[in-house]
Design a protein around this ligand. Structure first.
Ligand code: 25A
Ligand code: L14
Length: 334
């Protein structure tokens, strides 16, 4: 691989910081690194490979001479600045939802549809965190037995909502334990010691009663798997976990798969680790997935109520496989 000039937009955010860690950890061939964020981060520095790098304010001219830009600064920022980067010959890997359903933009999970990268015109979209860990596990089952319908419920960590949200969870935990009233600024309700069936935390609901996050899982799953006939229904829930999204997944297949057959297929699947030994209380846990690159699956069993369906529990680090790692893997393929 030749050395690349890399920029990270949103470098000071929770995902941006993980992007730097992953670039470093995987020894990405970085010729130079530009860190971009909003006015608020002006004057900050971040460390990359032991060196301090100053954060610059993102502008239309930030991408001249840059080969690859990883964006994670929210949808509005991507919508506005990614086209300037693409125009300057830079390839953008965008972690926001801004471009994902654009028919001109590939939506890529390297274990599932790496070939779609070739169709890019300057912007490649990184899927939603909950969708990525779902499709990594479901792709081998789809190839073997054709998935007809997916019913998924998520238990999503607070870090998905950014650094201010993490600070709110911690403050509310302290307030609850010390008997003070909690304050809600980011989330519409108390998140400490609670579950909130609304993601994102503002402007979430669509006319059909689903949230944006739920509809992202429906639409992105079909696009990544390249199969519009797969039926998907989702309920997405915020839980008071720092990092690591968990999912309860029910999959109905055309051809029946036994639990043993599914485990066998998943043991061979790239990026997947089967943790399924109920006798020893072994199953995936968010606290164990945190900091890991793999997607973990367990509690695999045949659905009692259906002749050809499976139940399973899927967990991954939402900041790594759900965001920063997947983006860096796409950059590696580029
Ligand atoms: O819902 P969306 O739009 O899809 O957004 C998804 C995520 O993007 C971030 C935020 O994640 C959110 O969860 N984000 C979006 N809009 C934002 C906004 N107006 C926003 N963050 C701040 N302000 P995050 O908190 O992990 O931040 C991700 C990175 O995005 C950079 N960023 C935001 N707007 C930008 C931008 N970069 C360029 N141009 C813009 N217009 C952001 O840089 C961060 O790198 P930053 O300099 O704005 O934030 C640096 C530090 O500021 C602290 N912080 C976060 N939120 C707040 C805050 N401080 C005060 N008030 C806040 N509300 C954090 O410590 C952060 O590290
Ligand atoms: O579409 O947990 O990538 O708040 C990622 C973070 C959706 C919301 C996306 C969260 C967002 C999600």
């Amino acid at each position: 691989m030749s050395l690349k000039k890399v920029a990270v937009a949103g470098a000071t955010g929770v995902v941006g910081r993980q992007m730097l860690r992953v670039l470093e950890d995987r020894n990405f061939p970085v010729a130079s690194l530009k860190l971009l964020a909003s006015e608020r981060s002006k004057g900050k520095t971040l460390t990359f490979k032991g060196e301090e790098v100053a954060v610059e304010v993102l502008s239309e001219d930030s991408f001249k001479g840059v080969d690859i830009a990883l964006f994670s600064a929210g949808g509005g920022t991507s919508k506005k600045y990614a086209p300037f980067a693409a125009k300057d010959g830079c390839v953008v890997v965008d972690n926001s939802s801004a471009w994902r359903m654009d028919p001109e933009v590939p939506l890529v999970v390297p274990e599932v549809n790496p070939g779609d990268i070739a169709k890019h015109k300057g912007i490649i979209a990184n899927p939603n965190c909950s969708t990525i860990q779902l499709v990594v596990v479901l792709k081998p089952l789809h190839d073997a037995a054709t998935i007809k319908r997916i019913v998924v419920s998520t238990y999503q960590a607070v870090s998905g909502a950014g650094s201010a949200a993490l600070a709110e969870l911690d403050a509310q935990m302290r307030d609850c334990l010390e008997g003070r009233p909690v304050q809600c600024k980011i989330f519409p309700h108390q998140i400490a010691f609670n579950c909130i069936p609304q993601i994102p935390q503002s402007g979430a609901f669509e006319d059909n009663g689903y949230t944006n996050e739920e509809m992202k899982m429906v639409n992105e799953t079909k696009k990544i798997m390249g199969d519009n006939s797969i039926m998907v229904t989702a309920t997405t829930v915020r839980v008071p976990v720092h990092t690591g999204h968990s999912e309860c997944v029910n999959v109905e297949t055309l051809k029946k798969l036994t639990a043993d057959q599914a485990r066998e297929l998943l043991r061979k699947a790239p990026g997947v680790v089967v943790q399924d030994d109920p006798a020893n209380q072994l199953y995936p846990l968010a606290v164990n997935a945190q900091g890991k690159y793999d997607t973990f699956v367990g509690r695999i069993r045949e659905d009692l109520s259906h002749p050809s369906a499976l139940e399973m529990w899927v967990v991954a680090d939402n900041l790594l496989k759900g965001a920063a790692l997947n983006a860096v893997q796409i950059a590696e393929l580029l």
